[in-house]
Design a protein around this ligand. Structure first.
Ligand code: PAF
Length: 281
């Protein structure tokens, strides 16, 4: 695996691969990798001849009350995982190379998706994500990029941004990797105490229960109330629990069948997010 901090020589290598008609897949990350990330790399391997991963802790997607400085940085461990997973290039840009004109020089935003659900609780977060992913896409110019379905709102936002800005990049969602009790794998799980970890699987059970009610023809509203109560009783502080259109993330129309139930809930100092897609018969 070749490693680059500087985009220029990496771009040169990728140009060479493109000239040889090799297909390039890209997996952007903020590091602190776990099995979920590795499953993204494995998915990418099956879609292209070469896989590029990036590790960049992006300051512009952290809010003022979110601890950018304390975000775990485990680069050598991450590099070992990526290399073992068959990644060809690891791109670890510096802040200066990603934001050479300052962090607020120009922004990319997808207003229809950036202010709802998680965006309502993390103002500016998705604008930071869209901006950094645009910059990464410009450096890597992949044929395909893989994002986890765990961050469903992020996946839809990147898809829409890619379409609207005309990037010739296919955006592929990869299924959420889960522990045995259903807890979605996440870097944030490491903030859970043993006691909190023991109840964290509740979040997946609540999503399943809401989806089951709607699939059985029931009304989502009471099942959401029950789900919120279950989360609170277990010790969570939920930000939201909602059923939305899987395509637009807006409240679904009566006839809409492709749905997703999404939640974000605090457990101690960890803000856990998860979702479940389902089809109404
Ligand atoms: O999902 C993430 O890890 C980040 O939001 C991303 C897409 C790498 C942008 O910084």
């Amino acid at each position: 695996m070749q490693r680059f901090n500087d985009p220029a020589p990496m771009r040169e290598l990728l140009r060479e691969w493109r000239r040889e008609r090799q297909r390039i897949a890209f997996v952007p990350t903020m590091g602190n990798l776990h099995e979920g990330h590795i499953s993204l790399v494995e998915k990418a391997r099956g879609l292209a001849d070469r896989v590029v991963a990036s590790v960049f802790v992006n300051p512009t997607q952290f809010g003022p009350s979110e601890d950018y400085a304390a975000y775990p940085r485990t680069l050598e461990r991450d590099a070992g995982f990526l290399s073992a997973a068959g990644c060809d290039v690891l791109f670890t840009p510096t802040i200066e190379s990603m934001y050479p004109y300052g962090e607020t020089a120009a922004w990319v935003d997808v207003p229809s998706l950036s202010g709802i659900l998680c965006g309502a609780f993390r103002p500016g977060h998705f604008r930071g994500v869209a901006t950094v992913v645009t910059r990464l896409f410009n450096h890597v110019a992949p044929d395909v990029a893989v994002f986890g379905e765990k961050d469903y709102q992020q996946l839809l936002l990147i898809r829409r941004m890619t379409r609207d800005l005309g990037f010739p990049i296919e955006i592929v969602g990869a299924p959420t990797a889960r522990d045995a009790d259903g807890l979605a794998m996440s870097s944030r799980n490491q903030y859970l105490s043993a006691e909190q970890r023991a109840i964290a699987g509740t979040i997946h059970r609540v999503l399943r229960a809401v989806a089951d009610v709607v699939v059985a023809g029931g009304d989502a509203t009471p099942s959401i109330e029950t789900g919120l109560a279950t989360l609170r009783t277990a010790g969570f502080r939920p930000d939201y629990l909602e059923v939305r259109s899987a395509e637009s993330l807006q409240p679904p129309d009566a006839g809409e069948r492709e749905l997703v139930v999404l939640t974000a809930a605090w457990l101690g100092r960890a803000r856990l997010i998860d979702n479940l897609r389902f089809t109404k018969p």
